[in-house]
Design a binder for this molecule. Sequence first.
Ligand code: NHR
Ligand code: GAR
Length: 218
Amino acid sequence: MSDLPNIVVLISGSGTNLQAIIDAVRSGDIPARISLVLSNRPEVKGLERARQAGIETKVLDHTEFTSREAFDAEMIRQIDRQQPDLVVLAGFMRILTGDFVRRYEGRMINIHPSLLPKYRGLHTHQRALDAGEPEHGVTVHFVTEELDGGPNIIQAVVPVQPDDTAETLAQRVQVHEHLIYPLAVKWFTEGRIRLTQGEVTLDGTPLPPGGCLLDSRD
Ligand code: NHR
Ligand code: GAR
């Protein structure tokens, strides 16, 4: 056992954000260890990434459970075995029950591909394009029961280009995801980021509602 903070990562897909975090742990940038990668979908690329990095993996296929409550209860069992300091949702695509979210309140974060509070939920890139938004982006936030409603930690702004499709926009947003998610995980594991009474502080100073802003437009 090591004294480093312990992270459990939940995924559903390709795991490029997981990879960015693995790389930052490896390089020593994030002072932590990843003890488990849990996927609700079998055979996704993210599981292979975890195995390649020598991290324990577990699949809990949600289709094999009779209810969200039963699925979440088994996830809790698997996660609590690791006694994690931080639970990281990295492209995890199942809505979590209140019981689950409350259990990890203040130590569970998510990356969501929009400038929250805009475009909660799914298909964010297409919805931003349809609305004619001049800019879009990505948010790292603490997870609360309200879907994509938790307080923000970091946002990165990405300008929308006239010829953008949902795919090209998603690709440019992802470049920023891979910058800000490892940074948020680093700050949390260093004890710099805290959620207290619904407010996020960085080094003890409350963040503005959007969170820390990474603006690469200039
Ligand atoms: N759970 C809670 N309670 N609160 C949040 O803020 C959560 C959460 C679970 C996941 C990630 C979120 C995102 O970043 C997240 C945040 C999935 C859906 C969804 O509709 C919505 C938001 C997010 C993740 N999922 C469908 C469901 O029925 C399934 C969709 C699919 O499998 O493709 O769970 O966007
Ligand atoms: C990321 O773009 C993430 O922002 C988004 O899914 C992708 C996962 O990619 N998350 C959501 O849409 C959550 N509902 P990854 O598996 O390669 O990290």
